[in-house]
Structure formats: structure tokens, C-alpha cells
Design a protein. Structure first.
Length: 91
């Protein structure tokens, strides 16, 4: 479900914010190693200019937690060491 993610609550820094992406933003795509600039990610996803302009991010301080409706960040994933799981749903 692209509208829901599960993250390790203890890794997050509150308050979480929602903002539009900005040039130079990067994240660590879930399931991949290393970081990726959002501009490159959007190009790989073949998003139009309008789609890019309408892309929103869920952030913990300056770190991207979720490219909303697209992909979560690996750094906030649930692991076997996770004690508290936070479910985030977009409605």
C-alpha cells in the first residue's frame, strides 16, 4: 500500500514535517544501499515536471523519512531490534 509506511519510532526525531522537495534533497531508498538524490530518483521513476513539483516529503528534522506515495528511507526501517513501530498512513 503506497499510502502507508511502518518506521522505527525510536529513530525518528519529532516533530515530523511535511514539505515539498527541494533541489539537493537526498534519501536512502528502502531496499537499496547508499544515498540517492531525489532529482535522480524522480528521473529514474520517469516523473513529469508537474509530478515532481507536486511531490511531498515526510521529514524528521532534515532527513527524508518518506517520499510520500513513492518510497520510504532505509534509515527508518523496522528491524529485529525495533522496540516501537510507528504506522504512518496518508488519507
Amino acid at each position: 500500500d503506497a499510502l502507508t509506511i511502518y518506521v522505527d519510532k525510536e529513530v525518528l526525531k519529532f516533530p515530523l514535517t511535511v514539505r515539498q522537495w527541494q533541489k539537493g534533497d537526498y534519501f536512502f531508498p528502502f531496499g537499496m544501499r547508499g544515498k540517492k538524490k531525489l532529482s535522480k530518483f524522480f528521473k529514474d521513476e520517469k516523473l513529469s515536471i508537474i509530478d515532481k513539483e507536486n511531490m511531498w516529503l515526510l521529514c524528521s528534522e532534515k532527513d527524508v523519512v518518506w517520499v510520500i506515495n513513492r518510497r520510504a528511507d532505509e534509515r527508518f526501517r523496522v528491524t529485529e531490534n525495533t522496540k516501537q513501530i510507528l504506522k504512518i498512513t496518508l488519507k
